[in-house]
Design a protein around this ligand. Structure first.
Ligand code: NAD
Length: 287
């Protein structure tokens, strides 16, 4: 079975749009998201454009601040202070990656945690670790859980989840969310030994590696739910054109697993939908 992320994201955006209308009516608040883009990386520009489009489509206010590639750390931090103090801004997102001369963790740390809709601030990471309410949870991991539940139902208790990848953006937070759902969680990474054997134990297998078609069919337990986070651009052997593939060998793994997210059209669309969800939450809680 294919887990359709496009459809799930569209459904989530409809719920969000309804909530935006209700929030406007009840409290006069229109959720607003400001994206800060430094430099002119083409991929980042596409992401930012998509975010802006979807933000306005659900009835929220979308703002964008563009800073030049050579912008100084002080300049960027001063913009963030301004946005932190602006009560009409509910969500702030600094598009990553930043140019090399800027300190990413310092910049993320300068965003007020309540407005950190990416959920990357150490305060939000700590709240997630402690299972505290009010944490802004990173968007891609949230999307993974929604998609897993779409196939398995709301109760993931006792399932063995194997996460490949331990990044702060995907691997670690998705592992914590699975733990919150009472899964037994294994985190595998670049130094893991016997990776295929570990993956074979997974009822839920999350691949967040960044290596094209890395996960093989004989690593996957029959009937497992496979969530493919990877986005890799490779050349199509037949057409010679570039195409997007995930971290899982989709065609072969589809034959073995119970359900799988495609790339594109799986986790990707859920990420922006969950960003809108976080912005709505920020406006509801702190607006
Ligand atoms: P990252 O490079 O920060 O982390 C990759 C992880 O994979 C590391 O923790 C590393 O230990 C692990 N790894 C690397 N080689 C390995 C190996 N041979 N065996 C086992 N583990 C190995 O990447 P990331 O930011 O976590 O992103 C992972 C992938 O997900 C990328 O393809 C990225 O483009 C994609 N991504 C997609 C979305 C989305 O919206 N769908 C969002 C974020 C990231």
């Amino acid at each position: 079975m294919i887990i359709d992320g496009k459809q799930a994201a569209a459904k989530l955006r409809i719920t969000i749009a309804k909530d935006v209308i209700a929030l406007k009516a009840s409290k006069g608040i229109t959720p607003s998201l400001t994206v800060v883009l430094v430099g002119d990386d083409p991929a980042s520009q596409v992401y930012v454009r998509n975010k802006a489009k979807q933000t306005t489509e659900v009835g929220m206010i979308s703002n964008e601040i563009r800073l030049p590639e050579n912008c100084s750390q002080a300049e960027l931090l001063s913009q963030l202070t301004h946005l932190n103090n602006d009560t009409s801004v509910h969500g702030i997102l600094v598009q990553l990656p930043l140019p090399k001369h800027l300190d990413e963790s310092l910049v993320i740390g300068a965003i007020t945690p309540e407005k950190d809709v990416d959920g990357f601030h150490a305060m939000n990471a700590g709240r997630l670790l402690n299972g505290e309410s009010g944490a802004m949870v990173p968007c891609t991991p949230q999307g993974c859980i929604i998609l897993a539940k779409q196939h398995l139902g709301n109760d993931l208790s006792g399932k063995h989840a194997v996460v490949i990848g331990r990044s702060n953006i995907v691997g670690k937070p998705v592992a914590l969310l699975l733990l919150q759902q009472n899964c037994t969680v294994t985190i595998a990474h670049s130094r893991t030994e016997n990776l295929p054997q570990i993956c074979q134990q997974a009822d839920i297998l999350i691949a967040a590696v960044g290596r094209a078609e890395f996960v093989q069919a004989d690593w996957v337990k029959k009937g497992a739910t496979v969530i493919d986070v990877g986005i890799n651009r490779i050349e199509d052997m037949v057409t010679g054109k570039m195409k997007l593939v995930g971290d899982v060998d989709y065609a072969a793994v589809s034959e073995v697993c119970g359900a799988i997210t495609p790339v594109p059209g799986g986790v990707g669309p859920m990420t922006i939908a969950c960003l809108l969800k976080n912005t709505l939450e920020a406006a509801k809680l702190y607006g």
